[in-house]
Design a protein around this ligand. Sequence first.
Ligand code: HEC
Length: 202
Amino acid sequence: MKGLITGVLVTLGASVASWTIASDDIQAVMQSSFVTKNQASMERLQQDAVQSVCSAPRGMPLDNKTLTTLREERLNAVVLPADGQYLGDWQRGAEVAGNGRGLQSSDDPTKPNGGNCYACHQLAPDEVAYGTLGPSLTGYGARGQSEAMLQYTWTKLWDTHAYNLCSHMPRFGAQGILSEQQLKDVMAYLVDPASPVNQTEQ
Ligand code: HEC
């Protein structure tokens, strides 16, 4: 039994070491394969602390304390709306949710970015083109508009890593992808009872 455990540990140690080498190789390949194009600069290849922890290969042991500390840091950095108002205009929010432009080399950096929510979520039930990487948000408004609900949703949009460290959702507020007003408008699109998101399919 002891031999087996030692064997497992040796194998694990070897795979961590080979990943470290492989990750250096990957960095080198990435650096030599990309060039800066307009707003898509090489700085984007540099991972922050969350991204590098979350890029570890499947099966590689992660330190729970590091994960918890990083998640708490993200949660503490969330900026709630300055005037305490979470909700804007759902009609403008619909445009933000449906707009997939922004931040790519071919996009005009002087125009506001979109949220591209439909790339990953179902929202209004009459929109047939949507991705399924994220859960369906159709009928989201049924959760109500309590302070706790609004703050949860705002935090999820501001920095999804505050709740789920390795989430695949963009950090719309923390990374300056959407403005405070755009976030308020998307919030209204999600929770306003008049929003198409909260209508049953015709
Ligand atoms: C690249 C994919 C992606 C995009 C783009 C994206 N999301 Fe998400 N979203 C996810 C995933 C995956 C989850 C579930 C896992 C998690 O919690 O991170 C999620 C979770 C959520 C949740 C929490 C759901 C719940 O049941 O509590 C909300 C709210 C949400 N997204 C709203 C949005 C809005 C609004 C937009 C656009 C401004 C958006 N998302 C854009 C992938 C995405």
